[in-house]
Design a protein around this ligand. Structure first.
Ligand code: C2O
Ligand code: CU
Length: 466
């Protein structure tokens, strides 16, 4: 029934109510003295967008400001961001600022941190951008359908002194399940997606279009900000003859390094910033291939080199990013907490159904239903904590904690090489991952799988910092 556009695309060019007072009082981060307030507005509404090239028709989607993705919000570290969100959808919504450390009341979780924004209503979000990096925004109300229909956009917070590059490029990756007429398949939240790997689609877009080529120049240095906005698809991007170097994961700087096996992996909601040096010769061609699903490799796009070089040799400018002001957890004194994920389909049976017959996925034995409000874990504010997480399922899960960054300190008992800061950590089936952080941001924070179908089917909970 559905149609795979990836294999059939023709060659075309790639086109490329304010709570401010309350917030400052509870913000654990120092406020910059002369922060500028940058104002934006977002209007969520049904619209139409060209995802796939002609002769296919436009696709009816849900858009911010009439577009998919929504507008790139770009501010500087230390700025205060104010966004007025208008809801012109036929259902309630909110906006969550994924990965941003902000006051709880601005986190955009319906019923937990704010009332949902009713159709025809608006809500003003306002907070300081304490961390620089690559973020994104999306609804937190029925996310599996609202994000799946196109509601998301990039949020870039620039460093005061970023590494020098020739181009700073944002790629918001998505994966759509389209019917033959390019319409979005209506089967959101079907039982199979909920209990397996989520809503995997058949059409990958970058910045809302099926990509064809990216024109580059020999010697060019690009900072490529990758954002995975897909409901469920994991990307494993193989840059082929190019050697990207990772400089940030989920917004936080990391010691610049080449990805393992040359493949950049992003689970849903994750971001990776890479420095891409265009080392090909003038007129050369190169490919970007996705290798996330065994046996289903596909060409994402072609790099085509301009006939003239930008410069002779690869730049030798430094690429490391300045660090963000995050408190370092004390691993020796940290309080330990076990978190186990269970459920889903495995070995021919629906494990989840055994627990209470309704949820499919479980966090410490509980499946969230509707709006979770009661915390399953309360963390002492200001103290260091280690979450010992076990994925006891047969599926991958990108696990996301709101309001904080955490260090990924070990996988299956082995210390991680880069001790990377993340806000969303991808856990393989049966994997154990330890994360550590200082619980410095008071409030009730969502903790959930970012495969949006898993979240909808119970895989979420609330962690209270008090
Ligand atoms: Cu990006 Cu709780 O979400
Ligand atoms: Cu999951």
């Amino acid at each position: 029934m559905s149609f795979n556009y990836k294999t059939t695309v023709t060659r075309r060019a790639f086109v490329a109510s304010s709570l401010a007072g309350v917030m400052s009082a509870t913000l654990p981060f120092p406020r910059m003295a002369e922060a500028a307030t940058r104002k934006f507005s977002l209007r969520a509404a049904p619209g139409s967008t060209r995802l796939v090239p002609e002769p296919h028709p436009d696709t009816a989607a849900w858009c911010y400001n009439g577009k998919v993705p929504g507008p790139e919000i770009r501010i500087r570290q230390g700025d205060r961001l104010q966004v007025e969100v208008m809801n012109d959808l036929a259902e309630e919504t909110t906006v969550h600022w994924h990965g941003i450390r902000l006051p709880n009341a601005m986190d955009g979780v319906p019923h937990l941190t704010q009332g949902p924004i009713a159709p025809g209503d608006k809500f003003v979000y306002e907070f300081d951008a304490v961390d620089a990096g690559t973020f994104w925004y999306h609804p937190h109300q029925r996310s599996f359908e609202q994000v799946g229909r196109g509601l998301y956009g990039p949020l870039i917070v620039e460093e005061a002194n970023p590494p020098r590059v020739d181009r700073d490029v944002t790629w918001v990756l998505d994966d759509w399940r389209l019917a033959e007429d390019a319409s979005i398949s209506d089967d959101f939240g079907n039982a199979h997606d909920l209990s397996h790997a989520g809503r995997l689609g058949n059409t990958v877009t970058i910045n809302g279009h099926v990509p064809e080529t990216l024109e580059v120049a020999s010697g060019e240095r690009i900072r490529l900000r990758l954002i995975n906005a897909a409901n469920a698809r994991i990307f494993a991007l193989d840059f082929g003859d190019h050697t990207p170097r990772i400089i940030a994961l989920d917004r936080q700087p990391v010691t610049p390094h080449e990805p393992r096996d040359g493949v950049v992996v992003l689970g849903p909601a994750m971001r990776v910033d890479v420095i891409l040096d265009c080392t090909g010769k003038p007129g050369a061609q190169a490919q970007l291939v996705d290798r996330a699903y065994r046996g289903n490799d596909f060409r994402v796009l072609d790099f085509t080199y301009a006939e003239t070089a930008l410069r002779e040799a690869t730049p030798d400018w430094p690429i490391a990013l300045p660090t963000n002001p995050i408190p370092e957890p004390n691993l020796r004194s940290a309080q330990r907490h076990e978190v186990t994920f269970t459920g889903g389909m495995m070995g021919g049976g629906m494990m989840g159904m055994m627990h209470d017959g309704r949820g499919i996925w479980f966090v410490n034995g509980k499946a969230a239903e509707g709006h979770v409000l009661d915390p399953f874990l309360t963390l002492e504010r200001g103290a260091s904590h280690i979450l010992e997480m076990t994925n006891a399922t047969a599926f991958d899960h990108p696990i996301h904690l709101h309001g904080h960054s955490f260090r990924v300190i070990s996988r299956n008992g082995t210390p991680t090489q880069h001790r990377e800061w993340q806000d969303t950590v991808l856990m393989a089936p049966r994997e154990r991952v330890e994360i550590a952080f200082v619980a410095d941001n008071p409030g009730d924070w969502m903790f959930h799988c970012h495969i949006l179908e898993h979240q909808a089917a119970g895989m979420m909970g609330v962690i209270r910092v008090a």
